[in-house]
Write a protein of this length. Structure first.
Length: 267
């Protein structure tokens, strides 16, 4: 990854309890729309990044046959060796079946209004054996997926189940379609659960949450260094309170500004 590009953000039951749930408690995701403010967290001189700011819209919606995710962000990046800032726009739309076996993805990235990437395709993961990802754009490509690989929504559920159970380390393969590559190896460290804040202004934010730090290793990478890291404060209902995207030489923080529940489907 170069400093001129930013990958799509990975990303992914409401309770009013003020104590942690038992390890046997079920987890679920609430359909919601959230708006985040993005800003430069830090940057070293080696990054060449002078500033970064923007907004991100994230929408997770339960459908009768699965989950849809729409993520849009607009980020203005300023560099120390360029007079003009660059505007980066990403639009990421996916659908994942209820059983986590089928997946569709559509990713469009622009820089200063020019399309830099247009990725589309589908993927399937059988109950046993290897899966497959089939890209239709930018060109027809078929990639194998290792047995046990997950798609993003099921990965979020897996992290929440691990957090509820008290696990502190989770290592999984995740395919999101954000690049024309295979599944990323994602290692996650899960911090201690934080009790729900009954005084939170919005009812959706009165939920238990966990600080989770994830490292994303590119397919086939043998360097032992992650391509990037993602820190999230993830609630038990699937809402992310805040996140930090860490690319090594610079990091960008996304802070929740607005959140609202979306209506349940009429199935």
């Amino acid at each position: 990854m170069t400093r001129r590009t930013i990958p799509g953000l990975l990303l992914c039951v409401i309770t009013m309890l003020s104590v942690l749930p038992s390890p046997l408690a079920a987890v679920d995701l609430i359909s919601h729309r959230a708006v985040y403010r993005m800003a430069l967290e830090r940057a070293s001189s080696a990054s060449g990044v002078a500033d970064a700011h923007g907004t991100m819209l994230f929408e997770l919606a339960r459908q009768c046959d699965g989950w849809t995710v729409e993520q849009r962000y607009r980020l203005t990046m300023s560099y120390t060796d360029e007079d003009e800032a660059a505007e980066l726009v990403v639009h990421f739309v996916t659908w994942e079946s209820n059983d986590g076996r089928r997946y569709r993805f559509n990713v469009r990235k622009l820089r200063d209004g020019d399309v830099t990437e247009d990725i589309r395709g589908t993927a399937t993961m059988p109950a046993q054996g290897n899966g497959v990802a089939e890209f239709t754009r930018p060109e027809a490509t078929t990639l194998p997926l290792s047995a046990g690989a997950m798609f993003p929504t099921f990965h979020t559920l897996a992290l929440l189940r691990a957090a509820v159970a008290g696990d502190r380390f989770v290592k999984l393969e995740v395919f999101d379609g954000g690049t024309v590559e295979g599944a990323y190896e994602v290692t996650a460290g899960i911090g201690r659960g934080q009790a729900a804040d009954a005084s939170a202004a919005h009812a959706l934010l009165r939920a238990i949450w966990w600080p989770i730090r994830m490292a994303f290793f590119a397919p086939g990478d043998t360097s032992g260094q992650p391509e990037y890291e993602l820190g999230v404060d993830l609630q038990e209902n699937g809402i992310t309170r805040a996140m930090v995207l860490d690319y090594g030489t610079f990091a960008i923080r996304a802070t929740l500004q607005q959140v609202e529940a979306l209506p349940a489907p009429q199935c």
